[in-house]
Ligand binder design. Sequence first.
Ligand code: ATP
Ligand code: MG
Length: 431
Amino acid sequence: MVLPEKVKIILRTLNEADHEAYAVGGCVRDALLGREAGDWDITTSASPVQVKGLFPRTIDTGIAHGTVTVMVEREGFEVTTYRVDGAYKDGRHPESVSFTSSLEEDLKRRDFTINAMAYHPDTGIVDIFGGQGDLERKVICCVGDAKERFTEDALRMMRALRFRAQLNFTMEENTRAAIRVLAPRLELVSRERIQVELVKLLLSDHPECMLDLEPLGMEPYVLPEWGNLTREQKEKAVEAAGQLSKEKYLRLAALFCIDCASENWGSLDQECAVCVRTALRGLRLDNETTDRAQILAAYHRIRLQPDPRLLRRMMSSMKPELFFDLLSLQKAWAHCVKDSQYALLLDQVRQCSLEILEAGDCLDLKHLAVNGRDLAQEGIAQGKEIGTALAAMLEEVLNEPSHNDRDWLLTEFRKEKKSISCRHAAGLEEN
Ligand code: ATP
Ligand code: MG
């Protein structure tokens, strides 16, 4: 196993001061799997005060839990004192933590066998709970009694499913059975924490593991809005999600866009948009993610054609970037439902859309050759009237890009204004 040089420096510094220190947890798991480790965490017998005394630059990240971030050059590494968790009262956090001098105790508090290994370059791997065997067998298995571990901290149930999806592992039978019993305890976990795990699951290589939510009894606590879908719809949705790039708004939208590229073409799907909004708000997702997913959901059932007028209008109303996401979403669906004809049509749509962008056609008010000041000079005083006039001009330009010319638009505008006032005068005379 190859440790980064900076991690070796931290281990050596601690060892030279007579403390034990190991790389621990996810980084050991990932190194054994040949995956790139996210972050290298270190566990040590030194107390937080001792750790702080040994390194010139540290940050008190979670000092109450024994975690100090040690800065080596510009990079931070979390160094945590060997710890045992006290009793869990709220199904999520230990009432107290206490420090221990035993590595074994520290490993015992960790969630899964594959996450409970430590490594030192001189002594090798410390694997007390069979983590290496479980890595080989590709199973997620709790350290100790699964029911106890999930009762202590309900979030671990979500983590189990997330690791299964990230690693393409199965879940050990006792671990699975314990979730089936204890899933309702997810009620005790904050929506934000559930969101973090769900997004990791969805952005993994195996979003189809989302299908486990229902049989494991987790769905009502994780994504209740998914309960309205049939099994078949969910299967298609995760299959489509798996073909999309790993953008959370895109894959989240895919979970609910169940009728693209089918015979169920329609217009704006407000019902789906509202459902996505409710689901993502419930998960406390940020506004940008929620807004984007909602727009994709609203538009997902519109059958596209390689027609520049239609495409300019679409790109104008949903912003070009998101429009290309819609194309990807529909393409993924077309593949899932084996609608190769529509998939081919979508290729033409994409080509046509790219040509529109390349041509630099005006798609929004910012690029319209006329602005509000021009109209004010034409004698239009009211903001609302100016807005209406500009919108009409944009409409014209979306139909015919060559009309995005200041003189042309203003001449037409004057003509139109004149004819309206003539009609108006005629109307008055008639009365
Ligand atoms: P990732 O690649 O997502 O960072 P990770 O395994 O490093 O995966 P972290 O959340 O960074 O996960 O946690 C680091 C380690 O802390 C885990 O490997 C595990 O040993 C321990 N751990 C984290 N969360 C829990 C928990 N809820 N219960 C028990 N142990 C946990
Ligand atoms: Mg980590």
